[in-house]
Design a protein around this ligand. Sequence first.
Ligand code: FMN
Length: 367
Amino acid sequence: MSNRIGSYISFTLFGESHGAEIGVLADGLPAGIPVDEDFIKKQLSRRRPVGAISTARVESDEYRIVSGVFGGYTTGAPLCLLIPNSNTDSKSYEGLTHHPRPGHADYTALVKYGGYSDYRGGGHFSGRLTAALTAMGALMQSALKAKGVEIGAHISTIGDIKDKSFTPSAEEFALSAQDFPVIDKAVGEKMKAYIAEAAAEGDSVGGIVELAVTGVPAGVGEPWFDGVENALARAMFGIPAVKGIEFGAGFDFARLKGSTANDLLQKEQGRVVTKTNNNGGINGGISNGMPVIYRLAIKPTPSIYKEQNTLNLKADTVAPLQIHGRHDPAIIHRAVPVTEAVSALVFADLLAQQYGRAWLVPVKEEK
Ligand SMILES: Cc1cc2nc3c(=O)[nH]c(=O)nc-3n(C[C@H](O)[C@H](O)[C@H](O)COP(=O)(O)O)c2cc1C
């Protein structure tokens, strides 16, 4: 199993949806990073379900940091963050081992672990674990912000409904802190209505999240396989339901000519910048100093209440499956703070590789 990302600073994710607790263990953090509890709570509350467009399973997400923090600062020792699971209801998952949910990991987990895995609530594959990632990511996000590296994300597409693209500007980043983060609020209302409509039909919807990271200095990332794109792609595909990633113009590059695709270099206030940012701030796997821009395709929630005809392994026949339990009709709005958090973990590690771990400590306060 590989539940770890990062090399200079590593983050290991553990737990199951209906187990006692979920958590993240961070190793390699420098001493002296302030722990911004308010920001951690805020990010956790953004991930929590809201109203008719989310699951009915609401957890209080009372996190505990059980090691690696003393007097409000990281100590340099491994930091273990835990979140208990309390609002669990496992009875609706009992039949799923022999009648696996299509699109979920029930069948693949059964094949891989021979029936020993904890299937309750999706077990280790559940979106529930993203609460722990969100909390740890928030800790790193505030450390990065203090160093001028800011992460913003918004819902760019749901169905055929599209939000504006990131410029990115400080105003857009402020908007991305909403519960339903969109740049154009009217578009956001249409998206919510579309989710509610699918939910009423017992169905689910997917979408695209767009992220921007500003303030990353030029020169971060290592060719060939430890570049910024490589590190982000590896980490983002760990988030359940992420099925695609593109950087800058991404798949649109296929339609462009070199003369329009190339980002021309120029100087602004003594700094080298590019006129356009089709490459999403990355060339050769190395940051070029422009905002790092990427988009993630999030699939529709696999657990839908509509009946589906799918293989029953025990009966060895295709049979109607009626899914019960509590599920999100759309994952995307809850995934936004998760994608920000995982981005923070990736950039903390990449920047520590480039400048040393101590670079992440905002102000060196002698103890
Ligand atoms: C925040 C979040 C919430 C999720 N909620 C649900 C859910 O309620 N029901 C469900 O079937 N899948 C949910 N998922 C997605 C599944 O965990 C995921 O589709 C499954 O583990 C299979 O992984 P894959 O889609 O990456 O292949 C959620 C994912 C995230 C990130």
